[in-house]
Design a protein around this ligand. Structure first.
Ligand SMILES: Nc1ncnc2c1ncn2[C@@H]1O[C@H](COP(=O)(O)OP(=O)(O)OP(=O)(O)O)[C@@H](O)[C@H]1O
Ligand code: SF4
Ligand SMILES: [Mg+2]
Length: 326
C-alpha cells in the first residue's frame, strides 16, 4: 500500500566553511492518514532538516540532497518541478514552525496572513477569505476571533501566536501536518492545551501528523508510532506502545532511563551522558558507540544494519535482539 508521506534513504549534506557536515545519512519514515508519527532525538540529530527537505525549503547552497526520495501519495517530490512543489506545500503538506513569532510577518495582521493564502491559492474574495480566517481562528479557540483577526502578531501572547500558526497551517486543508516542536517556547500549561488541540484537530481531519519533539511525555500521550533519530539516522522505529514497553536500541534505552516519569511533561532528552558527534566527523561503525554502554569491538568498525524486530519494528544495532530482550 502506498503511504501518504514517505521519506526514503535521505542523505543531505551541508557544505560549510569548516567542511562537509553529513547531516542526514539515510533517513526513512512514513506516515499514513489519521496517524501520528513522533520524531524523537537530541538537538542536532536532523529532525528539522528532514522536515525542511520534505517541505522543499532547504537552501542550496549550503544544503545538498545527495540521495533518497520524498514521496507524497507515491509521487517523488524531490524530482518534481518547483511549481508542483509549491502546490503540494500548504495543500498537501503543511508545517508549523517552532518559533511562531519569527514565522509570522510582524507588519501584517494575523487575518491578512491567513486570508492571503486563501485568496491566492483558493481564489476566494476578500470577504470570503475573511469569513474563513475567522472560522479558522475559532477552530483553534482564539477568543473573540472576529476582532482578533484584525490584530498584529505582537498583540498576541505566545500561546495565541502558536494557535494562529496552527490556523494558518490548516487554511488549505493539508493532508499531512508537520509540527516541529510546536510548543517549546510556551509554558507548560499552554503546551498541554496546544498539544490537546493539535491531537483533536488531527483526529477530526484524519490528517497524518509528524510531531517533532523533545518531550517524551507528549510522545507517550499522542504518538501511534515513533522514530528515534541519532546523528542523521533513524536508529529505531516502532509502534509507541512496544517502544515504551521495551526499547530495541541502546540509544532509546538511554532516553528512557533519562526520564524520571513517562507522564512528566516538559522532560527533555538532553540528559544522556556525553555529546552527540560532530557531523563533520561522524565516528566509524555505529555513530553511537562512543556513548554506548553496550558497545563491543565490532561497534567501532561495522555500521549496524537496520535489524527487523517484527511488527514493523527496526533497530540499527548489532545487538538489537539482546537489547529488546533486556
Ligand atoms: N544552514 C545550515 N548550515 C550548516 N549546518 C546546518 C544548517 N542547518 C542545520 N545544520 C546542521 O544540521 C544538523 C541537524 O540540524 P537540525 O536542525 O535538523 O537538528 P534538530 O534535530 O532539529 O535539533 P533541535 O532539536 O535542536 O531542533 C545540526 O548539526 C545543524 O547544525
Ligand atoms: S551497535 Fe554497538 S555501539 Fe551501536 S548501539 Fe548497538 S551496541 Fe551500542
Ligand atoms: Mg529542530
Amino acid at each position: 500500500m502506498t503511504a501518504l508521506l514517505e521519506v526514503e534513504d535521505l542523505h543531505v549534506e551541508f557544505r560549510t566553511r569548516d567542511g562537509v557536515a553529513r547531516v542526514l545519512n539515510g533517513v526513512g519514515y512514513h506516515v499514513d492518514a489519521g496517524e501520528t508519527l513522533a520524531v524523537l532525538g537530541e538537538s542536532g540529530s536532523g529532525k528539522s532538516v528532514t522536515a525542511q527537505t520534505v517541505m522543499g525549503i532547504l537552501d542550496t547552497p549550503p544544503a545538498y540532497v545527495m540521495r533518497g526520495a520524498v514521496r507524497f501519495h507515491g509521487e517523488d517530490l524531490l524530482s518534481a518541478t518547483a511549481e508542483r512543489r509549491r502546490e503540494v506545500r500548504g495543500e498537501g503538506i503543511a508545517m508549523i514552525f517552532q518559533d511562531a513569532l519569527s514565522a509570522l510577518n510582524p507588519v501584517f495582521t494575523v487575518g491578512f496572513q491567513i486570508e492571503e493564502q486563501l485568496r491566492l491559492r483558493r481564489g476566494m474574495s476578500r470577504s470570503e477569505a475573511r469569513k474563513r480566517a475567522v472560522e479558522l481562528l475559532d477552530l483553534v479557540r482564539i477568543p473573540h476571533a472576529r476582532q482578533r483577526v484584525r490584530e498584529y502578531p505582537h498583540q498576541f501572547s505566545g500561546g495565541m501566536r502558536q494557535r494562529a500558526m496552527i490556523a494558518m497551517s490548516l487554511a488549505l486543508d493539508p493532508e499531512v501536518l508537520i509540527a516541529d516542536e510546536p510548543t517549546t517556547a510556551l509554558d507548560v500549561t499552554v503546551q498541554a492545551q496546544i498539544m490537546d488541540l493539535l491531537a483533536e484537530i488531527q483526529r477530526e481531519r484524519h490528517m497524518g501528523l509528524v510531531l517533532i519533539t523533545h518531550d517524551l511525555g507528549v510522545v507517550a500521550e499522542v504518538a501511534d508510532r515513533i522514530v528515534v533519530m541519532y546523528a542523521g539516522r533513524i536508529v529505531e522505529q516502532a509502534d509507541a506502545v512496544s517502544l515504551f514497553r521495551s526499547p530495541g536500541h541502546p540509544y532509546t534505552e538511554a532516553l528512557m532511563k533519562s526520564l524520571p516519569r513517562l507522564d512528566a511533561k516538559g522532560t527533555t532528552l538532553d540528559t544522556i551522558k556525553g555529546l552527540p558527534p560532530s557531523l563533520l566527523r561522524i565516528p566509524p561503525g555505529c555513530p553511537f558507540h562512543p556513548r554506548c554502554p553496550r558497545a563491543e569491538a565490532v561497534c567501532s568498525v561495522d555500521v549496524p544494519p537496520q535489524e527487523r524486530l517484527g511488527f514493523g519494528r527496526t533497530s540499527a544495532c548489532h545487538f538489537a535482539e539482546e537489547v529488546l530482550n533486556g
